[in-house]
Ligand binder design. Sequence first.
Ligand SMILES: *Cc1c(COP(=O)(O)O)cnc(C)c1O
Length: 381
Amino acid sequence: MKTQTQSPYRILLSPPHMSGRERKYVDEVFATNFVAPAGPILSRFEQMFCERTGFSHAVAVSSGTAALHLALRCAGVERGDRVWAPTFTFIASIAPIIYQGATPVLFDCDAHSWNIDLGLVEEELKKAAQRNELPKAIIAVDLYGMPCDLEHLKAIAASYEVAVIADSAEAIGSRREGKHAGFGADCAAFSFNGNKLITTGGGGLLASEDEKLVEYARFLSQQARAPVLHYEHEEIGYNYRMSSINAAVGCGQLEVLEERVTRRREIFENYRKSLGSLPGIRFPDEPAGARANRWLSVLTTNGRPDLAKFILSLNELGIEARRLWKPMHLQGALKGVNVIGGSVAERLFETGLCLPSGTDMTKADEEFVATAVKKIVSEIA
Ligand SMILES: *Cc1c(COP(=O)(O)O)cnc(C)c1O
């Protein structure tokens, strides 16, 4: 094959993609001087989020990590409690457990959905109940936007009175049986970080059908200040509220959420079409009933060439690619953590790759990336 010359610009993994409608909302914030304190645009953003996802209540906060931290506080997670979570995820799923002084117990993922292995969870719940070591909460992550089977998880957890928290940070716009990702958990955390499917330039949100839960999270996110005229605090909260400017950007992004999901899915399908039959290359299928947002186009290889070489070769052509999440039980910061299984996650880390998935990539960019991957794979064949 002819050598490919470098792309004239870097083709990034998942850069922000503004719709052009954000300015209108930001101007409104300036016009009303609601730059601070929190103004009406925040409620507008929360309302728009609820309209588009079907959630009844939402509080916008400064990050997805903050939303997860609030979720744990709402579940009553305290020092010494156990919280179960998948090992195959980003550190932000686990860090809030540590903030609370609680103990994470990590679970392997299933090879099909890459989400927490519900068979393992069910087995371990039985054992934990006997040992009197039940977790206070289970965090299910919708990894790379693939929505978890929360109905199944809720059914498993129901008889043990364990809270179910959805880390849907990567899954805005994903659905399962028509329900939005995170729907059915006690609460669901979302992220609007710059690399996510839509962005507020940094931000998060906690959503739930439970109004009291969301109101408590809102209270905690504003320093747990009691509703009186002076500064009265009966408990310790956080400064986690989203700023109005970020919310304004978010309103402009929510307007185009569905378009963005459609385009991400199209990018994934295009990669699958052009690369899916290469030796050793596999793209994850959607479980029945799931409609993933395909936040990042991910694939697995048969381990050849090794991933470092693969990523370096793509980089040299101006293509940003990354390995999949490194399992949490292999992280130095979590050394000694209890893990149930782990070999599926390890294997995915050893063989998996994310390709550029930004919604503003051109057709030519997509073809450029596909050609590069074909070339790299053919060179080792
Ligand atoms: C991005 C992400 C978060 C955290 O979101 P931030 O807004 O970056 O704090 C949490 N969990 C997962 C799985 C994520 O990918």
